[in-house]
Ligand binder design. Structure first.
Ligand code: AMP
Length: 185
């Protein structure tokens, strides 16, 4: 049973690589950003809580996210493995994810980190047309990535679960690098 997370700043290529990897490994994708955007569009309770944060490029509070991820991992479609994209994004979420996986009798295989420079992040976001890809909001999302998410790389590195991949390369090359480095126990 494969359990993976994919991390990276805005425009690092998380979504694209996550989709390809899920297809290749035959595991379901849990895209936290997409789920939040869907919840906002459908105005669910989660959507209403998340909306003001997502709109400004801020992080949705940890407690809300942790609860949401717990529920998502209890659903039956993910009992044979999964790849989670965009989560965890804070040290607290990373620790809580390990507690949750412990509870579920699961263990994370790898945290795949797509590394790109700030310049690549910016340029790629400007080529998309998502509501939160407005320059000021992208800047804030990048800032939060460095402040809140970069520290959790150490958390996974220490546990020997971090795969760092050069995300600036072309899509298929990035995918190849990931596949070359992925091993499962
Ligand atoms: P993404 O599509 O992964 O870039 O996520 C879009 C937005 O959803 C982010 O800018 C945050 O506002 C929110 N979001 C996604 N994942 C998380 C998370 N793990 N914790 C808090 N907020 C999140």
């Amino acid at each position: 049973m494969k359990k993976l997370i994919i991390l990276g700043g805005p425009g690092a290529g998380k979504g694209t690589q996550a989709q390809r990897l899920c297809h290749h490994q035959q595991i379901p994708l849990i895209s936290i950003g997409d789920l939040l955007r869907e919840a906002i569009a459908a105005q669910t309770t989660l959507g209403q809580v998340a909306h003001p944060y997502v709109e400004k490029g801020e992080l949705v509070p940890d407690q809300t996210m942790i609860q949401f991820v717990r529920q998502r991992l209890l659903e039956s479609d993910v009992n044979r493995g999964w790849l989670m994209e965009g989560y965890p994004r804070t040290a607290f979420q990373a620790e809580e994810l390990d507690f949750l996986l412990d509870d579920l009798g699961q263990k994370l295989d790898w945290a795949i980190y797509l590394q790109v420079s700030e310049e690549v992040s910016m340029n790629r976001c400007f080529q998309r047309s998502r509501a939160d890809d407005d320059p000021k909001i992208v800047q804030r999302r990048i800032e939060l990535f460095y402040e809140r998410t970069i520290p959790i790389l150490e958390y996974y590195e220490y546990r020997q679960r971090l795969l760092t991949i050069d995300g600036a390369k072309e899509v298929t090359q990035v995918q190849q690098q990931i596949l070359q480095q992925l091993t499962f126990e």
